[in-house]
Write a protein that binds this ligand. Structure first.
Ligand SMILES: [Zn+2]
Length: 234
């Protein structure tokens, strides 16, 4: 019976166990309205982004009048829920439970090429004196390597940017075609930024394979967006 209940969002136990943190990676059965309903009575307000595949990071101290443009949000304020939307891209949530700082990051291949997840972790230490070795990271569902075929130019652009390109696997069937491991590339960048392997958690579901998730690659322009969120309660 339990299995028949549609899962609204996924979470990782390590963050689930922190009493003042609220987080989740939405499925297709979850949306902004349900998120608002979910947080009713919790004194939380949502901050959304107009995501543009950049390395622009916003530190949120109060709610903006309109959505900012960018791809990562940080806050040390309770009561602010940071939201990033994805459909194949990787959502990354970061937590410093001692300093009480959280971040939500949207990482597609462009953001990954700009090392956005690592930059968000660095911004947490620069702005809030977070120790990177004690940061917790949760990586949400994204398109997995077997399903994420990219053109040669994408791999080339990583090389040109001086980024390791060994997360690209050459296709045996098609020349000039590669399979990109978006999740591992970001995990590697977080480790390079000083996070400990035992502090990086993941929801290992492929958006392309998993019917309950939205996939831009599978559903095209009609694809919805998953709502991923993190915030701190008062
Ligand atoms: Zn897949």
């Amino acid at each position: 019976m339990q299995d028949e209940i549609r899962k609204m969002y996924y979470s990782v136990p390590c963050l689930e166990n922190i009493p003042f943190i609220l987080h989740g990676f939405g499925s297709r059965y979850f949306n902004e309205q349900l998120l608002c309903k979910n947080i009713q009575g919790k004194k939380l307000k949502c901050t959304f982004l107009d995501q543009i595949h950049t390395d622009i990071i916003h530190a949120v101290t109060e709610l903006p009048d309109k959505n900012w443009k960018g791809d990562a949000l940080l806050t040390d304020r309770p009561g602010i829920l940071l939201v990033v939307r994805t459909a194949d891209c990787l959502p990354v949530l970061l937590v410093d439970k001692k300093k009480k700082v959280v971040a939500a990051v949207h990482c597609g291949w462009r953001g990954t090429k700009k090392k956005l997840a690592a930059k968000a972790a660095e911004a947490m230490s620069a702005l809030y004196k977070c120790e990177r070795s004690s940061l917790l990271a949760a990586l949400g569902p994204c398109i997995e390597q077997d399903c994420y075929e990219v053109r040669e130019e994408v791999r080339e652009s990583f090389k040109d940017a001086g980024i390791r390109d060994d997360f690209f696997l050459s296709s045996s069937a098609k020349t000039g075609s590669y399979y990109f491991d978006l999740k591992q590339a970001n995990r590697y960048q977080l480790l390079k930024a000083g996070l400990k392997p035992e502090n990086i958690f993941s929801v290992d579901l492929c958006t392309y394979c998993e019917e309950s998730l939205f996939s831009y690659r599978r559903d095209g322009f009609k694809a919805g967006r998953m709502v991923n969120f993190i915030g701190m309660l008062y």
